[in-house]
Design a protein around this ligand. Structure first.
Ligand SMILES: NC(=O)c1ccc[n+]([C@@H]2O[C@H](COP(=O)([O-])OP(=O)(O)OC[C@H]3O[C@@H](n4cnc5c(N)ncnc54)[C@H](O)[C@@H]3O)[C@@H](O)[C@H]2O)c1
Length: 456
């Protein structure tokens, strides 16, 4: 089976390499010549743990090209994994349309049955009402000759390889039983994964519903955390810990309580960022309004997310009571650990806010500095070492939960902090450490930190 993948970003590249690892021949198509050159030379254009090693291992089965026409002609299955940004009002489907037109044009005059798979996150009905007519018109084919599938991707950046190689579910929204059989073959290298067969529109809705639910949990936690901050003696961490012990969240099996991974979303934080949650929730909200569904809950969760960042930033500034702030340090500019993706990253937004207030800004990250430099140029100072970045800063925000930060002892932090400078734990990363006058954790009522320290 020959598979072509349109787009070699986070999703396209991981999909291509993951499927190649199960023995499939893959041709990747991108319009970015530099990406094509790099991948051809075995260099991953993105940082994802394990990705480059897997690329090198499967290089024989992966070809990368700018030539969409020939790649599509030879493929049995064409996967679309191009970007679907939010244009400020609606989802921007222009890359999807371009890919669909290119696939249709290249399919014209070919003999074999072709399956077109939408893997990009798209609003409901896009596969059947946007992609399908474009492909069928440009190819001059019928649905007997071209099939359609919507196959949402659930990988998490920073864990993308692991998630793709060990999928918890594979959702296949298929246009016919023939397409279902072909897609089962595409994924036959993952026999343990639950396969959910449905129609394309339901598959599209599954992806949005999943992302919006996770985003809602984050905003809900942040709103609860803000209430806790007004209550002396209340620590939101203890509140969430009590909540998650409900058997409906954490069932007890053979005397053992199973803690859901979702518990990590029930935590005071700085709000969600990244390339998916913000744009997907906004796209779903816009889509729901088009359908005359009010969407107040989606409005609310976005509102909490947008205001949480400023709330946390201001809390840091307000807690620095030793005169004038000159310098701010941001530890972690990637939107989460183990990725170099800074799209919609809270760390980047904090640095931007600090610049707008006229402060000097120092930023640090373990893998995202290159992307951060492209964003800020010479407007901020860059550090690889978090302790060096903190030097001279009045307020330091820990914005990404890189595990390396937890390896720094409190004594080391103390040694590198200016007198009376503070460190703001925006992600409850140090929740289990004793309270210190220089460390300030969000989601905690005034005296609660002391209580937690007393119990520790
Ligand atoms: N990043 C994630 O974690 C993630 C997870 C699940 C789903 N998704 C969804 O997957 C899709 C892709 O996301 P991404 O983060 O991989 O995007 P990305 O921006 O990293 O990559 C998109 C790639 O597509 C290429 N491209 C665009 N138009 C093209 C065309 N006509 N022909 C060839 N190449 C083209 C671009 O050059 C780029 O390399 C989006 O819809 C996103 O919402 C992303």
């Amino acid at each position: 089976m020959n598979i072509a993948v349109f787009g070699t970003g986070y999703v396209g590249l991981v999909t291509a390499i993951g499927l190649a690892d199960t023995g499939k021949n893959i041709v990747c198509i991108d319009k970015d010549a530099e990406k094509v050159r790099n991948i051809s030379n075995g260099i991953s254009p993105i940082y994802e743990p394990g990705l480059e090693a897997l690329l090198l291992k499967n290089q024989e089965r992966i070809r990368v090209t700018l030539d969409a026409e020939n790649a599509v002609k030879e493929a049995d299955v064409v996967i679309i994994a191009v970007g679907t940004p939010f244009d400020g009002n609606h989802i921007d489907l222009s890359y999807i349309r371009q890919a669909a037109r290119a696939i249709g044009a290249a399919t014209k005059g070919t003999e074999a049955f072709k399956t077109v798979v939408v893997k990009s996150t798209v609003v409901p009905e896009t596969t059947m009402k946007v992609v399908r007519p474009i492909v069928l018109k440009a190819s001059g084919k019928t649905e007997e000759e071209v099939g359609f599938c919507m196959n949402p991707e659930f990988l998490r950046e920073g864990n993308a390889v692991e998630d793709f190689l060990n999928p918890d579910r594979i959702v296949l929204g298929v246009s016919s039983p023939r397409v279902e059989a072909i897609m089962r073959e595409v994924y036959d290298g993952y026999p343990d994964a639950d396969i959910i067969i449905t129609n394309p529109t339901t598959a599209e809705m599954i992806k949005y519903t999943a992302n919006a639910l996770l985003a809602l949990t984050i905003s809900y936690s942040n709103e609860i955390a803000r209430i806790c901050e007004r209550l002396p003696g209340v620590d939101s961490e203890e509140v969430f810990w009590g909540v998650i012990h409900d058997k409906r969240f954490s069932p007890i099996t053979e005397g053992q309580r199973i803690m859901p991974k979702l518990s990590t979303y029930l935590r005071a934080g700085i709000g969600f960022g990244g390339s998916c949650f913000p744009k997907d929730v906004k796209a779903l909200r816009a889509f729901s309004k088009d359908l005359k569904v009010d969407g107040k809950l989606l409005d609310g969760l976005l509102y909490v997310n947008e205001t949480q960042l400023e709330h946390v930033f201001n809390m840091g500034l307000n807690h620095f009571t030793n005169g004038k702030i000159r310098r701010i340090a941001i530890l972690g500019t990637a939107f989460k650990p183990h990725t170099d993706d800074i799209r919609e990253s809270p760390g980047i937004k904090l640095a931007q806010m600090a610049l707008e207030r006229g402060y000097q800004v120092a930023v640090q990250d373990f893998v995202a500095l290159e992307n951060t430099k492209k964003h800020f140029g010479s407007r901020v100072q860059y550090f690889e070492d978090p302790l060096e970045a903190m030097q001279g800063a009045n307020v330091t925000y820990v914005a990404t939960i890189w595990p390396q930060y937890r390896k720094i002892s409190d004594e080391d932090f103390e040694r590198h902090l200016e007198e009376q400078a503070i460190l703001v734990d925006t992600r409850s990363h140090f929740k289990d450490r004793a309270q210190k006058p220089w460390r300030f954790r969000i989601g905690v009522g005034e005296a609660a930190g002391q209580l937690a320290a007393d119990y520790a």
